[in-house]
Design a protein around this ligand. Structure first.
Ligand SMILES: [Zn+2]
Length: 158
């Protein structure tokens, strides 16, 4: 299990926090706060024990979360089995439209065959999957309609 994500917005901008207060506020162990300090979270100068400004702490946590995300290079989707961005097997990608302009790109991993998914904006498919023929699949029926046993139930036969 990956470590539970902290919510940087629980830190109040205009408050200062001691190590135990910060740990308490974010629901983490005191040692986690000390790790953050080692990773670049700076305490307010000249105060012992350490005090952290809420604004600096929030910025630190937000930056850290953003930089952790590893964007996939174009033409790849993240494979959770390989733990790496992989090209689609046989260059085949399917786009399943979702709400509004977003949807899911689906492909099989070229290395291990595991299904891979990637959220994508329909307008950006060409940029995300350059040179690949992306098949657009019809949107699946909404959850309520899915109770129907037949796939063709939305077009009743007379
Ligand atoms: Zn894989």
């Amino acid at each position: 299990m990956p470590a539970r994500r902290v919510n940087p917005y629980r830190v109040k901008l205009h408050r200062s926090y001691s190590v135990p207060e910060l740990a308490d506020c974010l629901g983490v162990h005191k040692n986690t706060v000390r790790h953050w300090q080692r990773d670049g979270l700076t305490a307010i100068d000249g105060i012992r024990p350490a005090l952290f400004a809420g604004s600096a702490t929030r910025t630190f946590l937000l930056t850290r979360q953003t930089s952790r995300k590893r964007p996939c290079p174009p033409g790849t989707i993240y494979c959770f089995k390989c733990r790496a961005p992989q090209p689609p097997a046989l260059g085949m990608v399917e786009f399943i439209p979702g709400i509004a302009t977003t949807g899911n790109l689906m492909a099989l991993c070229d290395a291990c065959g595991t299904p891979m998914h990637r959220r994508a904006n329909a307008a950006k498919i060409g940029t995300i999957m350059p040179g690949l023929a992306v098949q657009i699949r019809q949107a699946p029926p909404r959850l309520l309609e899915r109770a129907c046993p037949s796939l063709n139930c939305d077009k009743p036969k007379d």
